[in-house]
Design a binder for this molecule. Structure first.
Ligand SMILES: C[S@@+](CC[C@H](N)C(=O)[O-])C[C@H]1O[C@@H](n2cnc3c(N)ncnc32)[C@H](O)[C@@H]1O
Length: 387
């Protein structure tokens, strides 16, 4: 994909592409290694506001280039999975550009469809067949991917979804009193009942995202649903959330791993964007490159401290409800929390063990990492026979 400088003024798009490219690489490799096919569907593919003749700043070209590399990497280790892509675009002009752009691609199997995503669900299902698929939903607003309307693809057993939930945009309209607008939110959330989240005052943003995640989990029958936040380039406010549904803890692990990379990139990119904005405002060049200066203004670091406390509490609650919990369950629960990474969970468990709040059962003395099959047991001073 293009370097960040190329996305000046739309750094949020760079970060979206950065996340997509990195996640796609991992999932395609993992699935391609062990399955005969991998399917990628981009339901709102564009091109959209591309500044590049070759569309290298669009999600579909980024996906094509990355999948090509993954295929090559897999070939080198003796794996030759089929990799198939489906790109859907509603706008006729954009669709023609899309068609032109993919005409020369012969090393991946690509199909393009002109129409509305929701109306093409039967085609998507047919295209996916029984293969593992990642569906990417990157709309321009909040319509066209109503949870109930796309339920059939969400429920595919071998499938994951990545949705760009345009929080900033959605949030501005959620209080709109017009019934026709409220109806569009019923569709987005898969039914009424979202009004309570909107009335939450200070916790409104969290409540809205949580509601969408909860609904996605139920409608799609996902084991794990989580999200990661992309901020506005020069303001400390949310732009959008990438919401993710999966049936596998492995997917969740990969998602958080990519979040970790993206957070580092996001902090860097936003410092530079803020510096550029300052320079434009004051007309004064600055001596140092903001990306090189350690900054106290690292918003995600602050958020991580809060999340760490919450994760510790959540683990305590898990152990209060059940004295003995498999570490895999702890991982699945805590990794759903944004900005909580695997090392953090290992650290939290060790801290509680050192504080005498739990024991790790099944771990042999030479093992350093807690593994999925180990058990965490509350109140180690209690009945040791429970181990
Ligand atoms: C935000 S843009 C996608 C950008 C692209 N994913 C990227 O990152 O380069 C959304 C695209 O979806 C198209 N679109 C809007 N509504 C749609 C619908 N209901 N079904 C399919 N495509 C739609 C728009 O014309 C636009 O090209």
């Amino acid at each position: 994909m293009k370097p960040p400088q190329y996305y000046e003024g739309r750094e949020q798009t760079y970060l979206k592409h950065f996340f997509l490219e990195n996640y796609l690489e991992r999932v395609a490799y993992i699935i391609g290694y062990s399955h005969p096919q991998f399917v990628y569907v981009d339901g709102f593919s564009g091109p959209w506001k591309s500044a590049d003749e070759a569309f290298e700043d669009t999600s579909f070209i980024i996906a094509i280039q990355k999948l090509r590399q993954v295929k090559e990497g897999l070939r080198r280790v003796g794996k030759e999975p089929r990799v198939r892509c489906l790109f859907i675009e509603k706008d006729r002009r954009a669709f023609e550009d899309l068609q032109r752009a993919i005409k020369e691609v012969t090393d991946l199997e690509i199909q393009v469809l002109n129409g509305e995503f929701e109306a093409l669900i039967p085609d998507v299902l047919r295209f996916c067949g029984s293969s593992f698929s990642l569906i990417f939903i990157d709309p321009t607003g909040w319509t066209g991917f109503g949870l109930r309307k796309i339920q059939a693809i969400l429920q595919r057993r071998r499938g994951e979804v990545l949705v760009n939930f345009m929080f900033d945009h959605i949030n501005r309209f959620l209080d709109d009193p017009r019934p026709e607008i409220a109806r569009t939110f019923d569709e987005l959330f898969g039914g009424p009942g979202w009004e309570d989240a909107v009335r939450q005052g200070e916790g409104r943003e969290k409540a809205i995202i949580q509601l969408y995640c909860d609904r996605l989990r139920v409608v799609g029958g996902f084991q794990h649903v989580t999200s990661t936040r992309i901020l506005k380039p020069t303001a400390d406010r949310s732009y959008f959330y990438l919401v993710y549904g999966t049936r596998h803890i492995k997917g969740l692990r990969e998602f958080r791993g990519i979040e970790r990379k993206t957070v580092a990139e996001q902090e860097r990119i936003r410092l530079a964007a803020k510096q550029q904005a300052r320079v434009r405002r004051t007309g004064q060049a600055e001596l140092f490159d903001a990306r090189e200066i350690p900054s106290l203004d690292r918003i995600f670091q602050k958020n991580r401290v809060v999340q760490h406390t919450r994760a510790t509490e959540r683990l305590r609650t898990l152990l209060r409800n059940k004295r003995r919990v498999r570490f895999e369950v702890v991982l699945g629960t805590l990794l759903e929390m944004p900005l909580i990474w695997e090392d953090d969970i290992q650290g939290i468990v060790r801290d509680l063990r050192d504080a005498g709040e739990l024991c790790i059962a099944g771990m042999n003395p030479r093992e350093r990492k807690i593994k999925e099959h180990h058990f965490l047991v509350r109140d180690p001073s209690g009945n040791q026979n429970d181990f």
